[in-house]
Structure formats: structure tokens, C-alpha cells
Design a protein. Structure first.
Ligand SMILES: [Zn+2]
Ligand SMILES: [Zn+2]
Length: 397
């Protein structure tokens, strides 16, 4: 169903025929944790200065959406339009926007970094302090929302993107231009899963031939595996509870698959690697699996925690093992420059060296978002992609 609008644009600054002014759009709204996320009609204001509106083609359902829906990332984060991984076509640009133009294909980026705060200046743009404040408040960068429900209540923008809807207004730094040759249903994965997973590998400065284990082979874990393969890792051990995801992991470059339901995963990693791996990636977000990543390391190894744990989770570690010079670190959203990373990774996709389609386990409609969240809660499937605009998304039927 197309969005309803009172006016239609023909001026520069918008795609011909695009509805301008306030529009109504169907959106998946988290009303409160514990209540199923349902689609409702909401009102979206036009982009202000430095913002753009995107006609959303497709969006990926990520584990962080589950955490938000379950209220595990802190109180006060609802009502919210969910969705932070997606791609679409810019259809209206606000005043002062020169970086993209109407008609451009883009992926969303949920840390529209300012470029001038302390972390940005030191090259750690994903830790931008300015973006973080708005991200936690559920607003855009000016501290306000462009979204409200039909009763007039303001709705939060999920991670400053809110793309489980037909149209999204975001800061211009929240979109990254894409080559047109990447189908948008695949490009949807670039802005969270791909950048997060492959960026975590880049953070480790993994050597050619290194031994690696990846705990959790969902939408992000499968990208870590692809990244480790591209970086030249030798042994890549994939660990999961689901045989289906382990098969995907092997297809993506894992050399060994460990089913953690059968036997202790850490024991199996030590057997395969001959005493532990140099790099362990945790891509689940739980105390138990973070401890497994630590225990899987050889002396001198590094555990990188990529999974998002619920607030309040603590992880005890055997401190004596710091004598063996093990390292544990985090990686958030690829730990680099997201715009540069998406450009580089897009080129790998265009060159046929990085396959995006194979990690998509389910193509679904917007109304099926709660079912997709439920599959993630159960650890089933890799990535569900919501096809929001069939013609733009170009997905197989
Ligand atoms: Zn995500
Ligand atoms: Zn900044």
C-alpha cells in the first residue's frame, strides 16, 4: 500500500512524484516490551535541514531489534519504530544536503558521526559522542522526532534509522551511497550485519594463516566468517547450535563446524586447533559465550566480543590467565569509518568476492516482523529480510 500524502513534489530536492510534506506510512512499532511488535499507520514529517527521506526497499531483522523489543537495552526506549539495517532510494532531501541526491541508492548507517567530537577526531567514528546521545534518546541529531502516531504521540526512531516502514527520515550522515548494481534486498544487510562482522575482523589485524573461532553463526557471525576468510585466516571454526546455520558457515568459508549441543564447544576448539585459537569472536551476546571465547584462546590470543549483551550482564574471567597474555576487547559497528567500510565492502560485492544473498534465510513482509523476531529469539535461521517495496528491492519471488 503506498503512503498517503496531501501534496506531491515536483520541485528539485525530491524524486518526481514523491509525496512531500507530512506523510502517512506503515511502520512496525514497539509499543512496550512483551507486547508483539505490530504494524500501524504513523505520521512522518518531512526532512529538516541536513536530513533526507528514504523510500525503504528492504530491511534486515537483527538481534539488536530483539533486545530492544524485549526491553533488554534499557528502559524508556519505546514507543519506537524499529529497524536499523536497510537500504532504499533517497526521495526527498532537506535544505543544505549535497552529499546525496534524490534517486540515489543508499544503505542506512546508524551512527551518523559528527566528525568533530573527541572519538571522531581520534578516528573512532563509531564511538561518536554526539550520535550516541540521539541514538539512546531515540531522536534524530537535533533531539527531536519526525515520527508520531495517529493520536499525536511522538515515536522514537529505532537507532536513528527506524526503517521497518515504507519511508524513513534520517540525518544525511545516516545514509551511504551504493552502486546501483547491488540489488537493494541484498544491500539491506550492509549497514549493520556486514559492517559489524567484517569490521570486527579488521579490528584484530588478523594475520594470513591465523586460527579463528566464531561463536554464533547468525546474521553477523556469518559475516565474521566471510571476513576471516577474506583476510586469509587458516583454520576457521564455526560454532552454533543449529545445523542449518553451521552448513551456511561452511559455505561461507569456515573450515570446521562445531555443534555446541553435542559436546563442549571449547574442548572441540582446543582439539581442532591444537591448543586454542589466536582469535575468538563472540557473536551472541551472553556471559556464557563470552567466557567460551576467552576459554577457546591459545596463550597470547585475542577474544573480540561483537554480540550485544542485555544491560546488566557481567562476565567473570579467571584473572590468573592474564599471565598468558590473553586479550579481550569489544568491537562496535565495525570499529572504523562506516561510510568508508560500506564503500569498500560494496566493491567486494560488485566484484563477486563477497556474497550477500546466501545469508538471507527468509524473505518476509512487513506484517511478519514479529515472527522474524521470534525466530531470532529461538536462534533459528540466519537473516530475515523484510521486502518493503517489492519493485525497488528486486528480490526473487
Ligand atoms: Zn543490527
Ligand atoms: Zn563525533
Amino acid at each position: 500500500m503506498p503512503a498517503r500524502a496531501t501534496e506531491f513534489a515536483s520541485a528539485s530536492g525530491s524524486v518526481a512524484g514523491a509525496p512531500i510534506g507530512e506523510i502517512e506510512t506503515r511502520a512496525a512499532v514497539l509499543r512496550e516490551p512483551g507486547r508483539p511488535v505490530a504494524v500501524e499507520t504513523v505520521v512522518l514529517e518531512p526532512p529538516r535541514r541536513g536530513e533526507v527521506r528514504v523510500r525503504v526497499a528492504a530491511a534486515g531483522v537483527c538481534h539488536s531489534d530483539v533486545h530492544l523489543a524485549d526491553g533488554l537495552l534499557g528502559d524508556g526506549r519505546w514507543p519506537m519504530v524499529l529497524g536499523h539495517e536497510g537500504a532504499g532510494v533517497v526521495d526527498v532531501v532537506g535544505e543544505g544536503v549535497t552529499e546525496v541526491a534524490p534517486g540515489d541508492h543508499v544503505a542506512f548507517c546508524f551512527v551518523p558521526s559528527c566528525g568533530s567530537c573527541g572519538p571522531c577526531r581520534s578516528g573512532r567514528r563509531t564511538l561518536c559522542e554526539v550520535a550516541r546521545v540521539s541514538l539512546l534518546a531515540g531522536t534524530l541529531l537535533d533531539g527531536t522526532s519526525r515520527l508520531r502516531d495517529l493520536d499525536g504521540t511522538a515515536l522514537q526512531h529505532g537507532l536513528m534509522v527506524a526503517c521497518f516502514t515504507e519511508y524513513a527520515v534520517v540525518p544525511v550522515a545516516g545514509v551511504v551511497p551504493l552502486p546501483r548494481s547491488i540489488p537493494l534486498w541484498q544491500a539491506a544487510l550492509l549497514g549493520c550485519g556486514v559492517v559489524t562482522g567484517i569490521g570486527a575482523v579488521n579490528r584484530t589485524r588478523l594475520r594470513v594463516g591465523s586460527s579463528v573461532c566464531v561463536i554464533g553463526c547468525g546474521g553477523v557471525g556469518l559475516q565474521v566468517i566471510a571476513g576471516a576468510r577474506l583476510a586469509g585466516a587458516g583454520t576457521i571454526i564455526a560454532i552454533d547450535l543449529e545445523p542449518e546455520k553451521l552448513e551456511l558457515a561452511l559455505r561461507r568459508g569456515a573450515t570446521h563446524a562445531v555443534n555446541a549441543t553435542a559436546r563442549d564447544a571449547v574442548e572441540q576448539v582446543h582439539e581442532i586447533s591444537g591448543g586454542g585459537v589466536e582469535h575468538a569472536f563472540e557473536v551472541v551476546g551472553s556471559a556464557r559465550t563470552i567466557r567460551q571465547a576467552w576459554d577457546a584462546l591459545a596463550p597470547g590470543g585475542t577474544a573480540t566480543v561483537v554480540g550485544v549483551s542485555p544491560r546488566g550482564v557481567e562476565v567473570p574471567l579467571p584473572a590468573i590467565e592474564f599471565l598468558s597474555e590473553k586479550t579481550i576487547t569489544g568491537s562496535y559497528y565495525g570499529s572504523g569509518d562506516v561510510h568508508a567500510a560500506i564503500a569498500e565492502l560494496s566493491q567486494l560485492v560488485v566484484d563477486g568476492r563477497l556474497d550477500l544473498a546466501e545469508v538471507v534465510s527468509d524473505l518476509i513482509e512487513l506484517d511478519d516482523v514479529e515472527a522474524a523476531l521470534e525466530r531470532l529469539r529461538r536462534g533459528q535461521g540466519a537473516r530475515s529480510v523484510i521486502v518493503i517495496d517489492e519493485a525497488l528491492a528486486g528480490a526473487p519471488r
